[in-house]
Design a protein around this ligand. Sequence first.
Ligand SMILES: *[C@@H]1O[C@H](CO)[C@@H](O)[C@H](O)[C@H]1NC(C)=O
Length: 330
Amino acid sequence: MSKSNNHLFNIIIIIISFGLWVLYASAELQRFTQPCKGDGSLDFLVLGDWGRKGEFNQSQVAYQMGKLGEKLDIDFVVSTGDNFYDNGLTSDHDPFFEESFTKIYTAKSLQKQWYTVLGNHDYRGDAEAQLSPFLREIDSRWLCLRSFIVDAELVEMFFVDTTPFVQDYFTETEHTYDWRGINPPKAYISNLLKDVEKALKESRATWKIVIGHHAIRSIGHHGDTKELIDQLLPILQANNVDFYMNGHDHCLEHISDTKSPIQFLTSGAGSKTWRGDIHETDREGLKFYYDGQGFMSVKLTQSDARIEFYDVDGNVLHTLTSSKQLYSSY
Ligand SMILES: *[C@@H]1O[C@H](CO)[C@@H](O)[C@H](O)[C@H]1NC(C)=O
């Protein structure tokens, strides 16, 4: 190689490495910081599968959330997706946003940040509309991204876009999906899994919670999501995740993993429920299943977690508690 060729070669290498660096850096999941209460504790509500202009008891669930939100002095709300039925939003100017969100969750205690992921029904509309900053101008509570991290000191929460994992959605002809930003899905998923794995590995938070729309384990209408069992679950099992929270099945549900301490928690009962199809009631690890409307609350301290499921009248249906050994060995 001549001297000038050599020089050119070096420049090309520099450009390529810079390009790779940019690609790598931009692939990192966006992070948000959420402060705890003064005493170091944290309370939030988890709701899924809800936006129907108040119908199918959406307003009644919202009312109970408001009451409990005040009692617990909640710090924020999590939505597990399927935010707007049946087909998401048509654009970021769709009045359905206010009709099914702003005008429904009106209680003072619910005027907090809402951390939201997309569900498969959201992908049937203009998926990018829900990510639009314009919605935050209409209602500042709204924060929806495909995948992101909320760092709330004692807990790190990893929100994962699960819809592109489900292969059936790419082949079914009954519905159309807005796959802008997802193509090619294989690369999208593999990058996402890499980002989630890296972030989980690096996390030093006491609690680790992963949130997605689709269930990993469920005995409800849709049941387990095979793609998530194969691709996401091993990463969660290897990285000390405490809870996986999801919607999709319109029910409230608690299943314990048989191979790790992970608890699978479904909160997808924000409006239409009572489908009546419950499979495998003898499923190993099944702790609780309720086919009606409701939501979930989570209370965390450095040492304890307390999770409760509520029905449309605000009755506690099921409680799960979990403790961390303080001064653990790392
Ligand atoms: C609303 O909740 C009540 C009380 O649980 C229930 O009886 C009723 O069937 C629910 N309505 C719908 C449409 O699900």
